[in-house]
Design a protein. Structure first.
Length: 90
């Protein structure tokens, strides 16, 4: 599941926050029972529209995400990623 919220500062600037969870209900092996494979992801970012017309537009967006994966017992693996994108619409 996930929860995503947007804050529209202006028609051209939108801030985004997202929280995602994945829970493993069943494991392949009985010895790995517990929370192995559970994933939590947290993301923040913004989208800026410098050009907005009725038939064309340009959007620049940045996003940073951090992910926590349970690997067994109390051990966790943390990873992060960054996105820089440019959307062109005609």
């Amino acid at each position: 599941g996930f929860i995503e919220t947007h804050y529209h500062h202006s028609p051209q600037l939108v801030f985004v926050q997202r929280f995602e969870i994945i829970r493993m209900a069943q494991q392949a092996l009985p010895s790995t029972a517990g929370n192995v494979g559970n994933i939590d992801a947290y993301s923040v970012g913004y989208r800026w529209y410098p050009i907005m017309f009725s038939r064309a537009g340009l959007a620049f967006h940045n996003e940073y995400s951090i992910v926590k994966t349970q690997t067994g017992g109390a051990s966790r693996v943390w990873s992060s990623s960054a996105l820089v994108g440019l959307d062109i619409d005609f």
